[in-house]
Ligand binder design. Structure first.
Ligand code: SME
Length: 157
């Protein structure tokens, strides 16, 4: 089966709108969570070429690093710590235009300048987060939140 991703240029809306049906196609019929998380990170990295994109999964009351694309990263994050742990605690998407201004930000890489973290829920309980980092300031907005939340809703635990 061909799995080539079709990449588009254009504005954010066009990029997400082109990508989302392809992600749906990748996930359809595949029940394995790790395989699906891995392909979502790869698809997002290919389309947007973000510095780091990956999942942390809740295990024994900690976030543990899951499938990702980018440089090596911190493996465990406690609830309420950093952007990821705060997103988990609040069960809310957090957009951080400048990571240096986020109290308690965990710097896995000094190159990361802005970040969005989107929680993934099942039955109202957060079971993981998607974390996206950019080397540029102020790269994420409510459009990213809207589309990334749509993408995460496609993933079944
Ligand atoms: N910056 C995150 C840590 C994860 S890395 O960026 C991959 C945080 O503050 O939670």
């Amino acid at each position: 089966m061909a799995e080539d991703l079709q990449i588009v240029t254009g504005d954010k809306n066009e990029q997400y709108q082109n990508l989302i049906p392809q992600i749906k196609g990748l996930l359809t019929g595949e029940p394995d969570l790790i395989a699906n998380l891995a392909n979502v990170t790869a698809a997002l990295k290919e389309q947007f070429n973000w510095f780091w994109v990956g999942f942390y999964i809740v295990k024994n009351e900690e976030l543990v690093l899951g499938p990702f694309q980018g440089p090596v990263a911190c493996t465990r994050i406690k609830k309420g710590r950093g952007v990821c742990g705060s997103s988990w605690e609040k069960a809310k998407t957090l957009i951080v235009p400048d990571v240096e201004k986020f109290p308690g930000h965990i710097a896995c890489s000094s190159l990361s300048k802005s970040e969005i973290v989107v929680p993934i829920l099942k039955d109202g309980i957060v079971w993981g987060v998607l974390d996206v980092d950019s080397e540029m300031l102020d790269q994420f907005d409510d459009k990213d939140q809207y589309y990334l939340e749509q993408i995460l809703a496609l993933i079944e635990l």
